[in-house]
Design a protein around this ligand. Structure first.
Ligand code: FES
Length: 68
């Protein structure tokens, strides 16, 4: 996790893979909600796992919006 890069770009979620909020939303729209599966949609895999909380937060937001 490159905290400095992440601070400079709020839309960037995973600095190891350059995974952005829109990439995660795309995976969620395809029905993926598990951390590793969200990466797999983009042929990526988590490395340091430092973004797991941020990814899970986006999943929760998506699920809440889906059930609202
Ligand atoms: S920031 Fe390292 S795996 Fe996402």
């Amino acid at each position: 996790m490159d905290e400095q890069r992440k601070a400079q770009d709020p839309a960037l979620v995973c600095t190891c893979n350059d995974l952005y909020i829109t990439d995660i939303q795309q995976a969620l729209a395809e029905g993926e909600t598990a951390y590793k599966d969200i990466f797999a949609v983009h042929d990526m895999a988590p490395r340091c796992c430092g973004c797991v909380d941020d990814v899970q937060q986006l999943v929760r937001k998506w699920q809440q919006a889906d059930t609202a």
